[in-house]
Write a new protein. Structure first.
Length: 132
């Protein structure tokens, strides 16, 4: 059976095909289109999530940090350089926060250890006085 369709230029054309192979190629085309759509949807969803995280980080900057970032962006010439400056700046701020948090997490156990050593010293001193 001849199938009529429009070319890219808009002129009408006709084609004939056998019914056996045509059905499979149509299904393959549909599956391919569905897969392409699914992949692009998942990719777009991931990019949207990354952008939301990025914008949240920028919104959480303090006023001094925001001013510093604004000055760095103004000094950059191209859009790519501006984007790189933003990523580098946010990475540096994250590094500083993690460094401060790690320091805090190290200090508390050391304080606990120091207090424990002092208490053990007092206990041994008292035991030594009782026995000595």
């Amino acid at each position: 059976m001849p199938n009529n369709y429009l070319n890219v230029s808009g002129a009408s054309s006709s084609s004939s095909s056998s019914s056996g192979g045509s059905g499979l190629s149509n299904y393959a085309t549909l599956i391919s289109t569905a897969l392409d759509f699914g992949v692009s949807f998942i990719t777009a969803k991931g990019i949207k999530k990354d952008n939301e995280v990025f914008l949240t980080k920028m919104a959480n900057l303090e006023s001094e940090q925001a001013e510093k970032l604004k000055q760095l962006i103004n000094q950059s010439a191209t859009e790519v350089a501006k984007t790189k400056v933003i990523f580098d700046f946010l990475a540096e701020e994250d590094r500083k926060k993690l460094e401060a948090q790690t320091k805090k997490q190290r200090i508390l156990p050391l304080i606990g250890l120091g207090i424990g050593v002092i208490l053990l010293g007092v206990v041994f001193y008292k035991l030594n006085e009782q026995n000595g």
